[in-house]
Structure formats: structure tokens, C-alpha cells
Design a protein around this ligand. Structure first.
Ligand SMILES: [Zn+2]
Length: 433
């Protein structure tokens, strides 16, 4: 008994030394990898864990040594001194990308004043670091956009989408659409969906963003086979779908009670088209292209985007499949960080979402929204309820705090209750050493 206690105490001491040693200046930070699960609140993580590995199982993201929670509220456009308790992805992304809170819909611009806010990617590039931006959404969607674009409204994704951003038009002296700005920032690795946004004529000179990419020296690819064209030192623009990339899993959407209470469903796990890489494959390729043996390191953001989109759709299999795919990408990142101990890795979400794990409903007691029952890895039924909007409407985000977890140098700052803007400071501190 005493020997067992002694051994576990020794293991704890070794583990603490590893974490604290990396946070006390013994290991400088070269690389920062930020994983964003869009809409991945604690309910989404727990539902995916229960379904995929069982209630007592653990996901890759559960293995990170430092864990805290952060608040996600945004601010009101007409009075930024007041909170908006339920953020969207644009305002929340702006918070970690710039350290400043803004109003919903804005991409790295300030509420009310519409000033451009400097991003962590811009600072990293000034320090000679490479940069990567990977997502399963359109590359011009809010979360990938916040790193390397400044527009008044998230809808201004391509040169033909500029109605809500008159001051950002290039013809008005502005920096152009999100697609144009991502390229103008010369982000080394850009991978995701949204090919159609890069194929829109500009208002000014008739050129397409994809032509601009080629003239800037990007290798432009449209399927996983194109990975062969990617080489370290050459910029990569991977556009694997006209819009958002296809979700990995499918199943029956949630329905009003009694829904499928009598017949719990298993998800189909074969929905990704040939040629579309997994998020894990994109993460692996991005790390291969960004890593270099010496000199300044890199900043890479990887977004699992459609956890959010399938939550909006009240589709439990889509949501869980995207969370599992996101976790596989995180595993790639963790393996890289273990082999490169000068890497800070952070996993978090941008906001909470609608799905809730509820008791198996009965005629007497059931949620008023829509629901679905799934047969989990444990062989037990799990009921998920979606009730933040009316049936047939898109479900809404929630204003809860969400998990943030980390490993590597600087990870000790990720603990307790933080705010989303603190993540900017954590990353800034990491790349400033
Ligand atoms: Zn959303």
C-alpha cells in the first residue's frame, strides 16, 4: 500500500515538474497551436464522449494537463459599455484574436467606432513567425476570418458580398472582403471550404481572389490529392468545397416528443466525400508545412466549425461526428506538441450551444423542444434536447462559460475562470519570449 502511494506520489511530482518546468521559463515557446471547437460547450463535449468512447472513457482533448473556463460575452454595438450575454463567432473570435471585446457580427474591428484591431496573427508575422488558418467551414467564415481580416460585418466574405461593409470596399479605399484580406496577409497555410468566395469578381479590377492567390505565389488546390503540390516554403491555399465542407456523420434530426424514444439511433459515419481531407489530415499537413528546425516558429489555428452548424440544425449525429473529428485533429496536435516541447497548445470553444443531455423522456416528463435518443458506446440510450428556438427554426447559441485547456510552455496560465480576451494575452506572452 505504502509503496503504491509512493509511486503515485513520484509520478505526480514528475508530472508537476513537467508542467511547471515548461511554465517557469526553462522552455521557450516557438509554436502556438490553437484549436477552436465552434459551439463546443461542455454539453457537446460530454455528448461526444458518451457516444464515442462511453461515459467513463476519455477523449484526446480530455488529456490536457491544464484546464479552466472562460467567459464569452460580447458587447452591444450602440453602447459597448453594456454586455451582450450571447456572443456569436465573430465577436468571440475577435476577443482572442485581438484581446478586445466587440459586438456580434464584427471581424477584428471595434464596436461603434469601427476601428481595425491588431490581431495575434499580425503580431506573430511581424516577429517572423509563419501562420496557418485551417477550418471545416468556409475559410471566409467568422472564426478563420478574425485572424487576418478587418471588416464591419462577417457577411462580407467575398468581393461580391460587400453590401454590409461599404467602408471596407476597395473602391472606397478599404482593405476589401475577407477573402481578399486573407490573401493580402500572406497567411502561409489556408485550408478549408469556401471556394466560391474566392471565385467572385472584385468590384475594382475584375480579378478573382483565386487569381490574386496565384500571383502571390500560392499553390492552389481543390482536393486532398493536391497535397502533393504543397511544400514547405511555398504558401498553400486549399479550397476543398464550394461552401462549408461536408460533415463526417449523418443521422436523423431531432424531433418533437416522442421523437425516436422507442428506437434509439446509431449514426452513419461515412458521409465525407472522396477528395475532402479530414480535419486531422489538414492539421497534419499544416504542421508539416509550418514546422521548421530553427528560427521563429509558427501560429496555427484549427477550427472544428460544424459542431456549431449541426447544433443549429438540431442534428445530433452531425454534431457528435464533427466533435469526434475535431478531437482526432487535436490528437495530431498533441502528438506534435509532445515531440516539440516548445509548443503551446490550447483547446477551447467560442461559445456554448443548445444541445443538452436530458433524462429519457416519458409522456409525463419531456422537453418542449426537439430531441433525439442515441445508442451510445456504453450500449445505453442518451437523450439530447434542443430547445433554444422554436421547431423548424435554427437553434441559438447560449451565453454560458466554456472550457479552455492547454499543454506546453505557458499552459499554467490556463486555469480558473478567465475571459476570452485573456487567451490573446496567453498567446501574446507565449510568442513574446
Ligand atoms: Zn453558430
Amino acid at each position: 500500500m505504502s509503496r503504491a502511494v509512493g509511486l503515485s506520489g513520484l509520478c505526480l511530482a514528475v508530472a508537476l515538474t513537467a508542467v511547471m518546468g515548461q511554465t517557469s521559463g526553462q522552455v521557450a515557446t516557438r509554436n502556438v497551436i490553437l484549436f477552436i471547437g465552434d459551439g463546443m460547450g461542455d454539453s457537446e463535449i460530454t455528448a461526444a464522449r458518451n457516444y464515442a468512447v462511453g461515459a467513463a472513457g476519455r477523449l484526446a482533448m480530455d488529456s490536457l494537463p491544464m484546464t479552466g473556463a472562460y467567459t464569452t460575452y460580447s458587447v452591444q454595438e450602440n453602447d459597448p459599455s453594456l454586455p451582450d450575454y450571447v456572443t456569436d463567432s465573430a465577436a468571440s473570435g475577435t476577443a482572442w484574436a485581438t484581446g478586445r471585446k466587440t459586438s456580434n457580427g464584427r471581424i477584428s474591428t471595434s464596436a461603434w467606432k469601427d476601428e481595425d484591431l491588431k490581431t495575434i496573427l499580425e503580431i506573430a508575422q511581424e516577429r517572423g513567425m509563419r501562420a496557418g488558418d485551417v477550418t471545416t467551414a468556409e475559410l471566409t467564415d467568422a472564426t478563420p476570418a478574425v485572424l487576418a481580416a478587418h471588416v464591419a460585418n462577417r457577411t462580407c466574405q467575398g468581393p461580391g458580398d460587400m453590401t454590409a461593409c461599404p467602408r471596407d470596399r476597395r473602391s472606397a479605399g478599404g482593405p476589401g472582403s475577407i477573402a481578399e484580406q486573407l490573401l493580402a496577409h500572406n497567411v502561409d497555410v489556408l485550408m478549408g471550404g469556401g471556394a466560391a468566395r474566392f471565385d467572385q469578381q472584385t468590384m475594382d479590377d475584375g480579378r478573382l481572389p483565386v487569381q490574386d492567390a496565384l500571383s502571390r505565389g500560392y499553390a492552389v488546390i481543390g482536393s486532398q490529392a493536391g497535397f502533393e503540390l504543397a511544400a514547405p516554403g511555398r504558401k498553400l491555399l486549399g479550397l476543398f468545397s464550394p461552401g462549408n465542407m461536408t460533415v463526417e456523420w449523418t443521422g436523423t434530426e431531432a424531433l418533437p416528443y416522442p421523437s425516436n424514444v422507442a428506437r434509439p439511433q446509431k449514426c452513419r459515419e461515412d458521409n465525407r466525400p472522396l477528395g475532402q481531407p479530414t480535419l486531422a489530415a489538414m492539421t497534419s499537413k499544416a504542421l508539416e508545412l509550418l514546422d521548421r528546425p530553427a528560427g521563429p516558429g509558427f501560429l496555427l489555428q484549427v477550427e472544428g466549425a460544424s459542431i456549431d452548424k449541426e447544433d443549429h440544425n438540431a442534428n445530433p449525429c452531425g454534431q457528435i461526428g464533427e466533435t469526434v473529428a475535431f478531437d482526432r485533429a487535436i490528437k495530431i496536435g498533441i502528438d506534435f506538441a509532445r515531440a516539440h516541447p516548445d509548443t503551446l497548445l490550447v483547446v477551447t470553444a467560442d461559445h456554448g450551444h443548445t444541445s443538452q443531455i436530458v433524462p429519457i423522456p416519458t409522456d409525463a416528463d419531456h422537453p418542449t423542444g426537439v430531441m433525439s435518443v442515441l445508442l451510445t458506446h456504453d450500449g445505453a440510450p442518451m437523450a439530447l434536447s434542443y430547445s433554444t428556438n422554436a421547431y423548424h427554426r435554427l437553434m441559438e447559441h447560449t451565453g454560458t462559460q466554456v472550457r479552455i485547456a492547454a499543454m506546453g510552455p505557458g499552459a499554467a496560465k490556463v486555469s480558473g475562470i478567465m475571459d476570452q480576451t485573456d487567451l490573446f494575452q496567453v498567446m501574446l506572452h507565449a510568442i513574446s519570449r
